[in-house]
Write a protein that binds this ligand. Structure first.
Ligand code: NAG
Ligand code: NAG
Length: 296
């Protein structure tokens, strides 16, 4: 009797509450399954990696690995997708533009690090050149800072990201050259690669340059490629005029260009310079990338 009553009550209750109950139970199991599987896949992930894997900060890695059917990477590879958007600016020279490569905070931090050691920039001199007769070619102030010297750790993050964007190992990079151009300051057009005919035999060559703009510039201060697409190469160009492809500095944006062709010879269209700053101040961090490992 008692059992029957209970059963009756139960039946009565379920009849009345079937729909909401089933609905709630469905939601519960759905959520449990969803979070449970995420947790499970994470712990499985962690179990896989026996070595500690430094998590890339601001490297552009997304957490949407599951959207892609990722492969098991090699020992030095990643288990995630890296997304570093870029625009091909030119094929002559090979130049890429990386909007928002660094954050405003990172840029400010780098400028603060550089301010301590700023000195007038120097030039690599060719035969017959001296400090006196090259005055005015490069008027910025600058300082070399390696990623390991930067206690804030920002340059370390940026250097890692540059290595990923170029797929050229960090060991090939010179220390960051951080420059400040004030009003009127400029850098006449030049090559980053050293032509052995002019500079003598080279132990290694600058194959690519990565410029990270650390500030906006109100007016002027563009990076210019006067020979872009082979123009202005008839010998009339005086290395001062601000012509050709011009890249306007914007804080956090990156510019990568290659000074060498794939066959290792110098790309004549990689000639470039910095137009004079007309209004404001220009801060830029340059990473010269060599075709050999650097000793420092
Ligand atoms: C770029 O260069 C090619 C060949 O060097 C030439 O035919 C073309 O007209 C140039 N384009 C522009 C826009 O100058
Ligand atoms: C190297 O490559 C460039 C561009 O493709 C080409 O114009 C040049 O002739 C090549 N030089 C040699 C020495 O192969």
């Amino acid at each position: 009797m008692k059992g029957k009553t209970v059963k009756g009550n139960w039946n009565l209750r379920t009849n009345k509450l079937t729909f909401p109950y089933v609905f709630l139970i469905c939601i519960f199991f759905f959520l449990a399954g969803f979070f449970g599987s995420t947790l499970f896949s994470h712990s499985q992930d962690d179990g896989h990696s026996l070595r500690p894997r430094p998590r890339p900060r601001f490297l552009g890695s997304t957490k949407k690995e599951t959207e892609y059917n990722l492969l098991t990477a090699g020992v030095s590879g990643d288990d995630s997708i890296t997304s570093i958007p870029f625009q091909v600016l030119s094929w002559k020279p090979r130049a890429l533009y990386f909007p928002n490569f660094a954050t405003a905070e990172q840029c400010k931090g780098i400028v603060d690090v550089a301010k301590a050691g700023l000195k007038p920039s120097t030039l690599a001199l060719r035969e017959g050149e001296n400090e006196e007769n090259t005055k005015g070619i490069r008027t910025s102030s600058g300082v070399f800072v390696s990623a390991s010297e930067d206690k804030t750790g920002i340059l370390d993050v940026i250097e890692e990201k540059i290595a990923r964007a170029t797929m050229i190992p960090r060991t090939h990079g010179e220390a960051f050259n951080i420059l400040r151009y004030e009003i009127g300051q400029r850098y006449n057009s030049h090559y980053d690669a050293f032509n052995p005919a002019e500079y003598g035999p080279q132990k290694s060559q600058r194959m690519a340059s990565f410029l990270l703009y650390l500030s906006d510039v109100e007016e002027g201060g563009e990076t210019m490629f006067p020979y872009e697409n082979g123009s202005n190469m008839d010998g009339s160009y005086g290395f001062e005029e601000c012509i050709g492809l011009r890249v306007r500095p914007r804080q956090g944006d990156g510019l990568l260009f290659y000074s060498l062709f794939p066959n290792g010879t110098i790309d004549p269209t990689s000639l470039h310079g910095s137009c004079p700053v007309i209004k404001g101040e220009k801060w830029v961090a340059t990473k010269w990338i060599r075709n050999e490992e650097q000793d420092d």
